[in-house]
Design a binder for this molecule. Structure first.
Ligand code: SF4
Length: 100
């Protein structure tokens, strides 16, 4: 079952990581272990709604509303500047290095 989560503005958000820029420090997994995890290659990946690690580069996962603050803290603190949060509806980056 896919659960749509919405940000306070009413927009469903999703998150992906650019593994090419990930430093593997694990800050994201400390802030939001329900959403981010380091794989055996030492890089961070997102987790799907069923807690499954999505091991494809650039895989996209929904941002659960209760975890939005943790995800945004991760995005802000990520030294690789490689965590991207975007709107599901139009794919626009709303938090992260590509946000306006
Ligand atoms: S915080 Fe950024 S650089 Fe660090 S492990 Fe997570 S995605 Fe990679």
């Amino acid at each position: 079952m896919t659960v749509q989560q919405e940000a306070p503005g009413g927009e469903a958000l999703e998150v992906w990581i650019d593994q090419d820029l990930c430093t593997g420090d694990g800050i994201c997994a400390q802030y939001a272990p329900e959403v981010f995890e380091l794989d055996i290659d030492g890089l961070a990946y997102v987790k799907g709604a069923d807690d499954e690690l999505l091991q494809a580069e650039g895989a996209v996962a929904p941002v659960p509303l209760p975890l939005l603050t943790d995800v945004l803290d991760s995005t802000r603190e990520c030294p690789g500047e490689c965590i991207h949060v975007r709107r599901v509806s139009d794919g626009a980056e709303v938090y992260g290095p590509g946000a306006e």
